[in-house]
Design a protein. Structure first.
Lengths: 407, 172
């Protein structure tokens, strides 16, 4: 094993031999190495958030025609570190009448639920925390723990607004989990495996080309799962003050903040794994560490698009948010699964025919969905403005007007 | 005693203790939260049995969906904050009788269960999820029970929609 081809495996083997040489039993030394790896991964992910916060604030600043953080360090790059130190020194305030265990467990669980996803992500060909054979399901299941964290903190805070926000947040998370899981089925069917690493290995052609509709559904639902704009209803400052975390201060609030940013990037990593080919790229098999670079580059692009949406779109109303999930994304995801299953079964061999027909079917489906949306919009406007038909306005005029006023 | 046995004893103890807390704590919300601990403990037991698929499904459905539903139901009940609400109602004698009977039946069944003395034939190389999927789609396997179960679930879904629709119509 050469150091330069795969430094990670080299290091693991070297440490293992070192420990066994010291007289530690093989099983114990493997366990110790796993523990060390888990610690490094968790710490790395938490520290990575510092960079993410800077990246996001800088980009958001540029989008809004301002500089973003630019005072501390070159390009304000040390700003998150200063923020972190500030939040460490803040006072812990425990409000009166809180339910102590749920109140304190909420922030911890919300970070843990996100970090646990990193355990199964295939960072390179060889660098995988736990290569589960059901890691796709594991990722979805761990998302459920995040919902529990929201409920715990909303309930434990002993605050009406926090509880209402928790209700709203969980309603959103549960509704968007349905299309998310259905869209996840498409890469699983195409690769024939529930393991994330096998899904990456199967993507000689990224699945975003074979299944653009599923990728679109997954992307939208993942933004809703993170609760970012335009799906940031739980944050609604005007109605719910700040959401389920209103009663938290200091480091506990910081935990929610970290969980939010980390979750957003983790979801981008998952999108890169499922639809963009994860670590696949030039020389990724020969030099696995290069795969890490490709992986984070792809995830970075997805994250960038997420930030772009966040700073560009206004917030949805709650009925619009529910309608998008149940009336648009869920049927779309089910149709995509049925189409993919049919075509993948009819044309089992890889090739231009399979790729072409999958792509064509997806484009057709997207076209049908667009058409349905446009027709539905006309019907809705006729219903809301019944006079428009009688008083000589054509529907087209009204749609044109409302569209202009919405812009 | 190896590491797996230590983990099993710990997980089993936590599961049993939290199950006891579910039925004995006075605040209903805390009972619901203890239930989550119980369900997670069962998931750990599945992991120890090398049934990763079932462990993940346990967390996905029971913790992620059913526990949340139970928490919502608890939040909508009266006296949710009170610690003085009576824990027993008039039917507690009948309940005790039924559960004691169930306990006896379970003990009788488990006495003849060979699994408690047989040594496990673990085959970690076999993909659990793959074997499960093949068994569900195999006509000589579990295809018919699987399809019947899915028809039952669809019927439940349609029933839910029917009930919801009727209530909406009544208001109009």
């Amino acid at each position: 094993m050469d150091f330069w081809t795969d430094p990670y495996l080299f290091l693991v083997n070297w440490l293992q031999e070192l420990l066994v040489g010291w007289g530690v039993p093989a099983a114990t030394s493997a366990f110790l190495l796993m523990l060390t790896g888990a610690f490094i991964l968790a710490m790395g992910a938490m520290l990575f958030v510092l960079g993410l916060i800077w990246f996001e604030r800088k980009i958001a600043g540029r989008f809004q025609d301002r500089f973003g953080p630019n005072r501390i360090g070159p390009w304000g790059i040390i700003q998150p570190l200063a923020d972190m130190l500030k939040i460490f020194t803040k006072e812990h305030i425990t409000p009166d009448g809180v339910d102590l265990v749920p109140y304190n467990l909420g922030p911890v669980l919300s970070v843990a639920a996100v970090l646990a996803v990193w355990a199964v992500l295939p960072f390179t060909l060889s660098l995988v925390g736990a290569d589960l054979d059901v890691s796709v399901l594991y990722v979805v299941a761990i998302g459920g723990l995040g919902e529990i964290a929201v409920v715990l903190s909303g309930w434990g805070s002993n605050n009406k607004y926090a509880l209402l926000a928790a209700f709203r947040s969980v309603a959103q998370l549960l509704s968007y989990e349905v299309p998310l899981v259905i869209a996840l089925l498409v890469p699983v069917m195409l690769s024939g495996s529930l393991s994330l690493n096998d899904i990456v290995r199967g993507q000689t052609l990224p699945y975003v080309i074979l299944a653009p509709v599923a990728a679109f559904v997954f992307f939208l639902t993942s933004i809703a799962e993170v609760g970012r704009s335009p799906f940031d209803l739980t944050e609604a400052e005007s109605e719910l003050v700040a959401g389920f975390n209103i009663e938290y201060s200091g480091l506990k609030f910081g935990m929610f903040y970290v969980a939010d940013f980390l979750h957003a990037f983790t979801i981008s990593l998952l999108f890169a794994v499922l639809f963009l080919g994860g670590w696949q790229g030039p020389y990724a098999v020969q030099y696995p560490m290069l795969g890490l670079l490709w992986f984070f580059l792809k995830a970075g692009v997805v994250y960038f698009i997420g930030v772009w949406m966040r700073v560009s779109f206004p917030r949805f109303r709650i009925d619009q948010m529910m309608a998008i999930s149940w009336k648009l994304l869920t049927p779309l995801a089910i149709a995509a699964v049925i189409l993919t299953a049919l075509i993948a079964k009819l044309i089992p061999t890889d090739g231009i025919l399979r790729t072409g027909s999958l792509l064509a079917a997806n484009l057709l489906l997207a076209g049908c969905a667009m058409l349905a949306l446009i027709l539905n919009r006309k019907k809705k406007i006729l219903k809301e403005f019944p006079l428009s038909a009688a008083s000589g306005f054509s529907v087209k005029d009204v749609t044109g007007k409302t569209q202009r006023s919405a812009q | 005693m190896n590491a797996a046995q230590v983990i099993f004893i710990l997980a089993a103890a936590i599961t049993l203790f939290s199950a006891l807390m579910v039925v004995s704590v006075r605040r209903m919300m805390h009972a619901a939260l203890w239930l989550i601990v119980t369900l997670l403990g069962v998931a750990v037991l599945f992991v120890l049995l090398q049934a990763g698929f079932f462990a993940v499904v346990q967390v996905l459905f029971y913790v992620g969906a059913i526990a949340i539903l139970i928490i919502f139901a608890v939040m909508l009940t009266r006296q949710v904050m009170s610690e003085k609400a009576p824990q027993l109602n008039r039917g507690w004698v009948a309940g005790l009788g039924v559960s004691a009977g169930l306990m006896v039946i379970l003990a009788l069944v488990l006495r003849n269960f060979p699994g408690s003395t047989a040594t496990a034939v673990a085959d970690p190389s076999a993909g659990n999820a793959v074997a499960l999927g093949l068994a569900f789609s195999d006509p000589s396997g579990f295809a018919i029970p699987f399809e019947v179960a899915s028809i039952l679930l669809v019927a439940a879904l349609i029933g839910t929609i029917y009930i919801a629709l009727e209530r909406k119509g009544g208001e109009q």
